[in-house]
Design a protein. Structure first.
Length: 211
């Protein structure tokens, strides 16, 4: 899942507003999706990045689902590292340093899987009037928290890419996410075009960079 320089569901329990320790555990290629912005319609390739939440809420209660599993939250991005792309801004903030020109030419997004972050969540109404939990900021984990030790991740890391689809991963996605993927032209072309292989990685970075 190579990226180059070129909200939550209100029907479920909401991730509390605030800043939380989180771990990236899933990447989902949503394919090309139509979006409306300021009266204009665009078709852009989208990717969903999912995090599991670790920690307590303001009342010192664990942030978990009713079954005891960690709550999760996702953010959808345009699949681009262009200068003004939100994905690029969040990744720079998360890792605490800018991308090199070489990385901008070919950054393997899978590198963020399993990486820890501090995410800021706000509650805001959507166009349908329902209130959603939204990730507004992603930052690196402070050294004082890392020094005390990070918790063990809960979910297995996974990737669904329309360039090389793993149908076992696809079948585990929610009905809503699968329906969104199935509207994309990439999904419709899967049986008509050869499948590309996943991209290769890049050189290791300094130890203090999460990915």
């Amino acid at each position: 899942m190579i990226v180059s320089d070129t909200g939550g569901n209100a029907d479920f329990k909401q991730v509390p507003a605030g800043t939380h320790l989180a771990r990236c555990y899933r990447l989902v290629d949503l394919g090309t999706q139509k979006t409306e912005w300021q009266g204009q319609s665009k078709s852009l390739r989208k990717v969903m990045v999912s995090f599991e939440i670790h920690g307590d809420d303001d009342d010192a209660n664990p942030i978990v689902m009713d079954d005891g599993k960690p709550m999760s939250i996702s953010k959808n991005y345009t699949f681009s590292l262009a200068e003004k792309a939100t994905l690029r801004a969040d990744l720079v903030s998360w890792r605490g340093r800018a991308f090199t020109d070489e990385e901008l030419r070919k950054f393997e997004l899978e590198t963020i899987l399993g990486a820890w972050a501090m995410i800021s969540v706000v509650h805001a109404p959507g166009n349908n009037g329902k209130v959603y939990s939204n990730i507004v900021n992603i930052n690196g984990v402070p050294p004082v928290i890392r020094k005390n030790g990070l918790p063990k991740g809960f979910n297995d890391t996974s990737v669904f890419s329309l360039d090389n689809p793993d149908m076992k991963v696809f079948e585990k996605l929610s009905k809503g996410i699968k329906a969104k993927i199935e509207t994309s032209p990439e999904w419709r072309q899967l049986t008509q075009a050869p499948r590309a292989t996943m991209g290769s990685g890049f050189d290791d970075m300094a130890d203090d960079v999460p990915f």
